[in-house]
Design a protein around this ligand. Structure first.
Ligand SMILES: Nc1ncnc2c1ncn2[C@@H]1O[C@H](COP(=O)(O)OP(=O)(O)O)[C@@H](O)[C@H]1O
Ligand SMILES: [Mg+2]
Length: 336
């Protein structure tokens, strides 16, 4: 499948006023047309900063220090802010975790969808209203005609997230970045939202970057997976392979934290070795260990891991990890 968005060797820094810290250190990811790339890792690993870099929405004091973000042929690191504004909401859009804070509380659902359409497309008010209605139907909101006039606070959490998806899809973007889109929702609604995203993706061929710490969601949604730890991509590969035979001890640890991985597109079983949590915490910025960043928390770490940064190990054509002692490859379970 064609690459739609390619992040290459992305380095992001933050200037705290007293020091400059590395936030992302050489992150490389590829999103392909019609496919879902899951970006996983614990809180604080750099998932949102990766997404915000691509959207040109890094917070103050953060900056891209190196790398490329290619949307088609265009390098978003190099383009003017004006060009990024034109692309945002149009060629690429983002769905955030908490729709209540990203929706405008004083505008109706109709206005919020219509505004995006009017901003990016040459449409009249009546046409924009028609598109708003069409989008509410697409995200399967009941009684869409009535809901057009609703304000965000009049909707349930799940309905608000559907409205966010409607806004994100209104201009038929090539790329959608969904940053923990269902974390604030209960489990049944989460499943509905994921099902909806998948259906819409099949209809529109949109590439989705799904940021999550839920390995169950990864199993259901992802074609490819990238695992971030302390600003580095420590394992990446096709979802079926990576979930069936995780190479990095951190990836296995994340999977072990998911008590019962739901069976999804990548049929899989929970790893044989016990369930539990990964001991310790993600190091804060400025305190990354000098060699392998995961070494202080890793049961397999040897002296070498504390002394020398790990090199990339290839486990398959597109499956690689950054580790001195990767798990031995088991035969990948066949994809269903
Ligand atoms: N606004 C901010 N100011 C300073 N540091 C931040 C801010 N947002 C995030 N960080 C730090 O940047 C790092 C990466 O964070 P983030 O990308 O938000 O992680 P994730 O999305 O994986 O939870 C973390 O160490 C986090 O504490
Ligand atoms: Mg985040």
């Amino acid at each position: 499948m064609d690459p739609v968005l390619q992040i290459k060797d992305l380095k992001v820094e933050v200037d705290t006023g007293t020091a400059v810290h590395s936030v992302l250190d050489g992150v490389t990811l590829t999103l392909r047309r019609g496919q879902t790339l899951a970006v996983v890792g614990e809180s604080g690993c750099g998932k949102s900063m990766t997404a915000l870099s691509a959207m040109g929405l890094l917070p103050d004091r953060f900056r891209i220090a190196a790398g490329q973000i290619l949307l088609g042929e265009e390098d978003l690191v190099q383009v003017r802010p004006q060009r990024l504004r034109a692309l945002r909401g149009n060629a690429m859009s983002m769905i955030f975790q908490e729709p209540m804070t990203s929706l405008n509380p004083v505008l109706t659902v109709e206005r919020q969808i219509a505004e995006v359409v009017e901003l990016h497309q040459d449409k009249t008010g009546a046409q924009a209203r028609e598109i708003a209605l069409e989008m509410l139907r697409a995200v399967q909101i009941p009684s869409p005609e009535t809901r057009l006039a609703a304000y965000p606070h009049e909707l349930s959490g799940g309905m608000r997230q559907r409205v966010m998806i409607a806004i994100a899809l209104a201009c038929r973007p090539r790329v959608i970045i969904a940053d923990e889109p269902t974390t604030a929702l209960d489990v049944t609604v989460q499943a509905q939202i994921f099902r909806l995203l998948r259906e819409l993706q099949m209809q529109t061929d949109t590439a989705i970057m799904l940021i999550t710490h839920d390995m169950g969601a990864v199993a259901e949604m992802a074609d490819e997976v990238a695992v971030l730890y302390a600003g580095k991509c420590i394992e990446a590969g096709p979802a079926a392979q990576l979930l069936a035979a995780p190479a990095h001890p951190y990836t296995s640890g994340l999977m072990a934290c998911t008590p019962k991985l739901r069976l999804g597109r990548a049929a899989l079983t929970a790893p044989a070795r016990g369930l539990g949590e990964i001991p310790g915490m993600v190091p804060p910025l400025g305190q990354f260990p000098p060699a392998c960043r995961f070494a202080p928390r890793c049961a397999r770490a040897t002296e070498k891991c504390h002394a020398t940064p790990p090199e990339t190990v290839r486990l398959g054509p597109d499956h690689e990890t950054l580790c001195w002692h990767p798990n031995e490859a088991r035969e990948a379970a066949p994809a269903c």
